[in-house]
Design a protein around this ligand. Structure first.
Ligand code: GTP
Ligand code: MG
Length: 579
């Protein structure tokens, strides 16, 4: 359960009082807090209970950061006391705590304030269509039915603009009116108390009929005692999976079958379901990495692209600007992004459209087009509950969050589909890429040496090849001509644009074959563009490609290394560790 609302409207007081009135906290503890307040000459606050309970686990209730664990006669609860929407959004979007019900607190005397509105908008973004609104501090307004009804009516109208509905409960956190017991001072109120409302909320069942989704959290490799298991671990978000099921990992599109579901100190398992932390072994030595989305091959695949239409809520004082690099965290994936375009900006308080100045300001919500560096796999927010949520970081700071509304095509869509097909048909060797890497003492890589036409790239490439060879690496040089006149003999060399991308695609395929054999391949090509690179990376694999631009910086690509031709071969130093 998450408690949100404008500052000082009484969230912590209500939670504290609820703990006291349900005898979740022993009376002595409350007395202690009262005494200490007296001693320090400050008025007692139920909210202090939450503070004093931090780090205590012996009582029936424990609190960590802003999470309160407590139980009623019926069941256990975790309440998130969201001090500001920043914290709340971070929690909700990163999935650290996925609230199943939301309570929004409004001060009866102060009425609806900016955050009462903003928080409702955030809740609607997160998929809540029904919430509970607690009209608090009824004692200040003499428990007036008229005040309760007028605040409720006004807020109802606001919610309806977002197609949201709510149940309204009048209460006084301080007086404990209508929390655990029916109110004595509001005889006109015939509805539920806060406590019975909590207990009446239906528990969400894990969605097993939805397509299986698990973001890969980690890949563990065992090496002891001849144990060669490689374990893929994560928390299942949706659906279910059984031993023997075919799975596909995205964005790579690699597939295989589930060999075992690993269980520690538990009876053997053959099926795992949503919300479970699970670990699997696969029937083939696939190369799987953290951040990939594990799906079932027989079910609806996710979207895979570098462009998406998203709604962003911006929490940073510094506005979000187009063209700047940020980091996107979605599932377990982390990618560099830029905002390509801001389509419209909405004021989260008034829900009115704002004039866009090419940036998104603090507390604004905007529909944008996001561009990721590498393709990511995801479901859109309307596809699956909880899907498509992300946070945006600037450096190490979370400064925005949002939802993906649509997957948009990018320049590699066609190639990507064909690579998925290739990978799904790929006959996997019993020797994994990692085993090869270990044996050869190198990571298979494609080193692309590119630059303007008149710059001598070949000498550099050959020197790199020789250096690596002399250092004991398994390496090969490939000039573009080696491909053009052989593998590409059937394509016109100065044909239309499509033929250029076909050349690049074939070069990528050749490189892919060589890299699968564990080789380091050094390739020269003139004037590669961002598009060409994207295409090559889609074909070969992103983490396996390194780009060196030699000569003047007249390019739209971001190479791993810029080298000036005049400085000579020695200026090109390739980090030995990456190879
Ligand atoms: P933040 O965490 O700062 O956002 O505030 P909050 O929403 O948690 O509010 P908190 O519970 O700290 O209460 C704010 C003030 O309102 C405190 O001084 C409380 O004593 C007071 N207050 C809370 N509930 C009631 C109530 O029902 N009646 C009256 N009269 N005062 C209340
Ligand atoms: Mg508080």
């Amino acid at each position: 359960m998450v408690f949100v609302g404008h500052v000082d409207h009484g969230k912590s007081t209500i939670i504290g009082r609820l703990l006291a009135d349900t005898e979740s906290v022993p009376q002595e503890r409350i007395d202690l807090v009262r005494q200490s307040c007296l001693h320090n000459a400050k008025p007692f606050e139920y909210a202090f209970l939450l503070d004093t309970l931090k780090d205590e686990r012996s009582q029936g209730v424990t609190i960590d950061s802003a999470r309160v664990f407590f139980k009623t006669a019926l069941r256990d609860y975790i309440i998130i006391d969201a001090p500001g929407h920043g914290e709340f959004l971070k929690n909700m979007i990163t999935g650290a705590s996925r609230a199943e019900a939301a309570f929004l607190v409004i001060d009866a005397a102060e009425g609806i304030q900016e955050n009462s509105r903003r928080h409702a908008y955030l809740l609607s973004m997160l998929g809540f269509s029904n919430i509970v609104v607690l009209i608090n501090k009824m004692d200040i307004v003499n428990y007036s039915q008229t005040v309760f009804e007028s605040v409720s009516a006004e807020y109802s109208t606001f919610l309806s603009q977002m197609k949201m509905t709510a149940d309204f409960i009048p209460l006084s956190g301080i007086e404990g009116e209508n929390l655990a017991k029916p109110p004595s001072k509001m005889p006109w109120y015939k509805g539920r108390t806060l406590l019975s409302t909590l207990d009446s909320i239906q528990k969400e069942l894990p969605s097993l009929t939805r397509p299986f989704r698990m973001p890969v959290q980690d890949v563990y490799k065992f090496t002891e005692d001849g144990d060669t298991r490689r374990i893929i671990a994560g928390t299942i978000e949706l659906g279910k999976i059984s031993v023997g099921d075919s799975v596909t990992f995205y964005p790579s599109g690699n597939n295989c079958k589930i060999k075992t579901i690993e269980s520690y100190n538990k009876p053997e398992q053959t099926t795992a379901i949503a919300h479970q932390a699970a670990a699997f072994t696969l029937d083939k030595p696939l190369f799987v990495s953290r951040g990939e989305l594990m799906t079932r091959t027989d079910q609806q695949p996710p979207n895979v692209t570098t462009r998406m239409g998203a709604t962003i809520f911006w929490m940073n004082k510094q506005p979000l600007v187009t063209g700047k690099n940020y980091t996107l965290k979605m599932g377990t994936a982390r990618e560099r992004i830029v905002i390509e375009k801001i389509e419209q900006v909405i004021d989260a308080e008034t829900l009115s459209r704002k004039e866009s100045k090419g940036n998104i300001e603090h507390h604004d919500i905007a529909d944008c087009v996001l561009l990721t560096d590498r393709a990511v796999a995801f479901d859109c927010s309307h596809d699956e509950s909880g899907a498509g949520r992300f946070v945006i970081m600037d450096g190490f700071e979370i400064c925005g969050g949002g939802l993906v509304r649509t997957a948009m095509g990018d320049s590699q869509s066609a190639i990507r589909n064909y690579v998925f097909r290739r990978n799904s048909k790929w006959e996997q060797s019993d020797i994994s890429l990692e085993d090869r890497a270990e044996r050869y003492g190198q990571k298979p890589s494609l080193i692309l040496i590119t630059g303007p036409k008149n710059v001598d790239k070949k000498s550099i490439a050959k020197a790199v090849e020789s250096d690596l060879f002399n250092a004991g690496r398994i390496v090969s040089f490939l000039g573009i001509a080696n491909v053009l006149y052989g593998v590409d003999a059937d394509i016109k060399r100065d044909g239309p644009d499509e033929s250029k991308s076909e050349h690049i695609r074939r070069l990528g395929e050749v490189a892919h074959l060589m890299l699968s054999a564990g080789i380091i391949l050094v390739v020269t090509a003139t004037g590669l563009t961002q598009e060409d690179l994207a295409l090559l990376r889609t074909t070969v694999g992103h983490d396996m490609t390194y780009v060196v631009w030699v000569g003047q910086r007249q390019t739209n690509i971001e190479p791993d290394l810029f080298a000036s031709e005049s400085a000579g071969i020695n200026s090109i130093v390739i980090d030995d560790k990456t190879l």
